[in-house]
Write a protein that binds this ligand. Structure first.
Ligand code: SAM
Length: 287
């Protein structure tokens, strides 16, 4: 059976009486090159344990199973479990974990499933939970790489640099902990049913060294959130809303100047180092 042939898929799903669920972001791949290229991009080999979120009927799972030492695939839709039991039966290195990826401890699961292997994450993500899943994968802190297919728009945001319209707090979060790479795009015709938007595959590799060491992470991100909260306004407004209880406008202006930034600058123009300098300056003044 070809897991990316739409006639084979329809026959398989029909035999199991399966119905697509929009709320679970079910768009299954129907072009064989896509799961192959995603699995290749993940760099998974026999030294790796690959965690997949949302295997569907298993086209990417199969590609990962051929490359990785072990694969663990978390699937929320219980109606897919008997189908996966059938499609993955040739592979003895795959475990399907029924459940909600958003409710599982991904670091604990990787440690339990992949002893002696390097954990990597690889998935064609359900689009309704893209950002929380990516956040959870990064925060798990155990994956040597995270390779995911997501909406092109979100992929562009994750990879965007300061001063561009796609740049925002989520770009900074991802770039703070990893070095995201925009790999390739996948058109809607590659899915059943076809989504309305184009997709893109990105790979994020955690940074070997911290992105900055001037202030602790929690304070850094307080400053980032404050700066992006009023995106179209000058930085001073956002800082005033967040730190106004401790610092007056003059002190905030002073912090901006101490960080070497022009007074009217907008948060969306600042990179990680500039935010770090600003956070250090705010801290020094008592924020
Ligand atoms: N990997 C398959 C493919 O590429 O054809 C299916 C991808 S489909 C875009 C997303 C999959 O994620 C579906 O199988 C869906 O049931 C599953 N899913 C949705 N929400 C989930 C969650 N919270 N935890 C685990 N799986 C989920």
């Amino acid at each position: 059976m070809d897991l990316c042939n739409s006639n084979d898929i329809k026959a398989l799903l029909g035999r199991h009486g399966f119905r697509f669920s929009k709320s679970m972001g079910q768009n299954f791949l129907i072009q064989g090159w896509v799961p192959q290229d995603i699995a290749d991009a993940s760099g998974a080999d026999e030294t790796c344990g690959a965690l997949e979120i949302g295997p569907g009927i298993g086209p990417l799972t199969v590609q990962l199973a051929r490359r990785a030492g072990r694969v663990a695939a978390i699937e929320l839709d219980r109606d897919l479990l008997p189908i996966l039991a059938e499609t993955l039966s040739p592979f003895d290195n795959v475990t399907v974990i029924p459940g909600d990826a958003m409710k599982l401890d991904l670091a604990a699961l990787a440690a339990e499933q992949f002893p002696g292997l390097t954990p990597v994450a690889c998935a064609n993500l359900p689009y309704n939970i893209t950002t929380p899943v990516i956040t959870a994968l990064i925060e798990a802190g155990c994956f040597a790489s995270i390779t995911v297919m997501i909406q092109r728009e979100v992929a562009k945001r994750i990879c965007a640099g300061p001063g561009t319209s796609d740049y925002g707090a989520f770009s900074l979060f991802c770039q703070y902990y990893t070095t995201p790479e925009y790999l390739f795009e996948v058109p809607p015709e590659c899915f059943l049913p076809a989504p309305k938007v184009t997709s893109a595959v990105i790979r994020m590799v955690p940074r070997a060294e911290p992105a900055q060491t001037l202030v602790e992470d929690a304070f850094f991100f307080r400053v980032v959130r404050a700066s992006f909260a009023q995106r179209r306004k000058a930085l001073l407004n956002g800082l005033s809303a967040a730190f106004g209880d401790k610092l007056g406008k003059d002190q905030l202006r002073q912090a901006i100047a101490d960080a070497g930034l022009p007074e009217g600058v907008r948060g969306e123009r600042l990179g990680i180092q500039e935010f770090a300098l600003l956070a250090r300056a705010l801290r020094a003044l008592g924020a």
